[in-house]
Design a protein around this ligand. Structure first.
Ligand code: HEC
Length: 161
């Protein structure tokens, strides 16, 4: 008799599990797709879908770059307007679209002073891997306004344009 006592508890267990499953199904985790899209910085009604590399770039951007290359940060206002020259917004396609992937890679890896720009732009060559830097560039291209189109001919590697 004692051996079958657990059978009495079985319906209760099944009931509890079903209940739990229903509760989790009702509430989708709002953070689940947090990196799968980016809200268009110029139009909050427009969501930009991000592929895997771009979403990794978004994650890194919001850790390292948002403080100087966006108007607002997860912590509030950004530091952008305290800097001279003011760093470009990361979605500023009018400026960044004309810079080659290699140029962006160089300035992110080596920092502003190595590329003849403001030394306030830190070098990330020892902080980020080459793949991570490529991901940030992919994210930059994805959010560009006006949109980025890959050029037909190679653009300069060491000059901004
Ligand atoms: C402490 C502030 C600061 C941080 C953090 C920062 N930057 Fe910069 N960034 C600058 C400044 C200042 C410039 C130079 C602007 C100039 O000289 O016109 C710059 C320039 C650039 C440029 C060249 C575009 C241009 O305007 O010539 C790129 C690309 C860039 N940053 C990417 C990044 C990325 C990617 C990160 C994060 C990994 C990052 N920056 C983090 C301040 C910052």
């Amino acid at each position: 008799m004692k051996r079958y006592a657990f059978l009495l508890a079985l319906p209760l267990l099944v009931g509890l599990t079903a209940c739990h499953a229903r509760r989790t199904a009702q509430k989708p985790d709002p953070l689940r797709n947090a990196y799968g899209t980016e809200v268009d910085w110029n139009n909050s009604d427009h969501l930009i879908p991000l592929d895997y590399e771009q979403s990794q770039g978004k994650r890194l951007f919001y850790i390292y770059c948002v403080w100087c290359h966006a108007d607002s940060t997860p912590a509030g206002p950004s530091n952008r307007y305290n800097l001279t020259p003011t760093p470009h917004l990361m979605n500023d396609g009018a400026v960044l679209n004309s810079m080659s992937d290699q140029y962006l890679d160089n300035i992110i890896t080596l920092g502003g002073s190595a590329m003849g720009k403001s030394a306030m732009m830190p070098p990330y060559g020892n902080t980020l891997t080459q793949a991570e830097i490529r991901h940030i560039i992919a994210y930059t291209r994805a959010i560009a306004e006006p949109p980025y189109h890959k050029p037909n001919r190679p653009l300069p590697q060491y000059k901004a344009r």
